[in-house]
Design a protein around this ligand. Structure first.
Ligand code: ZN
Length: 133
């Protein structure tokens, strides 16, 4: 893995949280994006080399809606940039980690992504992401 690419935070009201985090960081979100495949509306802030991704559910079946129902708002996942997502998925599967999907999915911010099951990573939801070429 190359670096922490972003930290995902689950929020109930993206518009309100955009204002809150803009105040906190002293800058506006640089991107808003609707990710249909994940059922989320997202925004991104850039802090140095790392990004903060805010996620709001767009429907009740969205993983973010379920997360907030169970655990409330807060840190949802850590995303690590990888050079070759297919190779990294194979490597981690061999190491015994459980992947949430068998092929990379389309993520926000021009990325291919894959999540690892948090049961195998001390309760932390890990996202792998690779810039689409
Ligand atoms: Zn993410």
């Amino acid at each position: 893995m190359l670096k922490v690419e972003h930290i995902g935070i689950a929020v109930k009201d993206l518009a309100q949280s955009n204002q809150l985090f803009a105040k906190l960081f002293g800058q506006e979100a640089y991107k808003l994006e609707n990710v249909v495949s994940e059922g989320v509306q997202t925004s991104f802030f850039k802090i140095g080399d790392t990004k903060i991704e805010l996620l709001e559910a767009t429907h009740a079946e969205s993983p973010i809606a379920k997360f907030i129902e169970k655990r409330g708002e807060g840190i949802h996942h850590l995303a690590f940039e990888v050079a070759d997502i297919q190779a990294e998925m194979q490597r981690l599967q061999k190491e015994g980690f459980t992947l949430l999907h068998t092929t990379p999915k389309e993520g926000a911010d021009n990325k291919l992504i894959c999540f690892l099951h948090p049961k195998g990573t001390n309760g932390v939801l890990i996202e792998l992401c690779q810039e689409k070429k």
